[in-house]
Design a protein around this ligand. Sequence first.
Ligand code: F6R
Length: 605
Amino acid sequence: MCGIIGYTGPLQARDVVLQGLRQLEYRGYDSAGMALLTDDGDFYLRKKVGQVSALEAVCEPGIPSHCGIGHTRWATHGGVTDANAHPHAVGKVILLHNGIIENYHTISRQFGFEGLATSETDTEVAAQLIDYYYGQTQDPYEAIRKAIHIIDGSYAFCILFTDIPGTIYAIRNVSPLVAATSDQGSFIASDVTALIPYTKRYFAVPEQHILTITEDAIRVETMEGEIIHPDMLEVTWDVEAAQKGGYPHFMLKEIHEQPEVFRKTVTPRLRDGLPNFDAEGIPDSIFEECKSIQVIACGTAMYAGMVGRAIIEMQLRIPVTVSIASEFRYDTPLIDESTLVIVVSQSGETIDTLAALRLAKECGAKVLSIVNVKGSTIARESDYVLYTHAGPEIAVASTKAYMVQLSVFYLIAARMMLVRGKNQEEVRAFISNLTAAADMIENALEQEETLRKQAEKMAFSKDAFYIGRGLDYAFSLEGALKLKEISYIHAEAYAAGELKHGTIALIEPGVPVIALATQDKIFNKTISNIREVKARGAYVILITKQGASVSDEVCDIHLEIPVEDDRFTVFPCAVLWQLLAYYTAYVKGFDMDKPRNLAKSVTVE
Ligand code: F6R
């Protein structure tokens, strides 16, 4: 949430900052702003409500500057106004921020800043405080250090001092920052997508260290002044991976990338048809010795966990609990050394998930995380990591990351089957079904045109319901989330048998019901529930396995997926509802890559 870029070097700072902001725009798009230290010793500050293009329109090309910072905002404190956009300038300090300063009100009162602010943000207080100490000490490092001792909360700050040319200072707590130096200058950003046009080697900025960034070097110091050298990381994907590649939207591109990223995630972890995590250094003891599993995540990642729970409990008879990270972190969790905690996060930076991870470790649990972004905070703080290989996911609504999170849960289930004594042939058969899922995903993509037509039918509905039983219910939660977040249709997922206990009152003629009936054992029961909504006039889109016997009056349209084993139907089903959601938003003319009020990488509580 909120994208930050800073640059100092031989290139035109305006252009580098704008380019970085465009790459980071998915992190927030309420407003954007930039500050440049100009070559004549002055500074240039512009900020504008709206997307980066609105900022670009007010930043004339050719501004003589080689050092600048930029910000794209997801509003927390204060409305969406030009004044509340970052950066904030106070005295000799220009600062931008990602995070939340919890004690900003107290600081403002204590230091007499009240009434002096020009915005309603918590951020301006940090600029005021650093400027106050800079006035006292004339030393940027000391000014930042003193201010940081007082500020509580999460933050990634980039700071310019108007009388220190060519230099950016930065510090972070919880909110992410990465940095790099190359022959094109030095860069700092919220994530690596902004750096890859210039370099693939970077480092994750450690918490509570002050960075002094100049054209050809980045100094990293502890709060006690000790210089440290963070480990360098390398991006494994190319700049094209973070571009649309001919698709009208990132979301559609990412939906289509799913067979490929699925294979990239699963295949390298197979040896002789069996799952193997040796390369990741994951000991079998964590799977062998655990008495229960606790999955922690938010949103889509949490819904992947719901499927993970269903599959692990089914295959292994081990109790699995799935918790929403923002709830778990304030609970008194029932976990200990005998619990395996699985944390799931695409970004690896979601603040609630990170806090929950830390709590789980305090309770003595071992933490295995499923993370997409290499070197992210959650990955670094986990005991073990299984990376998903989705590449950069730019669209705010998660698609391919969900798919590979699911695939890793299936791999974990398979490895656990092996180490907990199931026979190898059974595990091999399970894995063979899993690898075949890539073809089923491809097959589901071929139904794109059908889904587009269905989207036209449901685009202007007020509500939609996703129903299913068992595994189908676990999947349908994500289906409903996908639709609501990008098409703004109120969508809910219900266990099909639960509808008649209240929710069926909402079924009226024409309301779309996306019904999943892919589980043989409960197929007839689900069909009965579908008949109940159909009898009340619902428009039913039914998804079943190929060849399922369904009479015409049960549904309005019947989509079939070519899967034999019930346990693997989620993979093609996910594609179907992703396409349905995408085209519904498309028909309504919404920007599904940047849905309203949302942003990717939720680094505020
Ligand atoms: C929805 C979506 C979110 C994220 C959630 C967790 O499409 O993307 O619900 O899944 O914010 O984010 P990560 O996985 O980055 O921790």
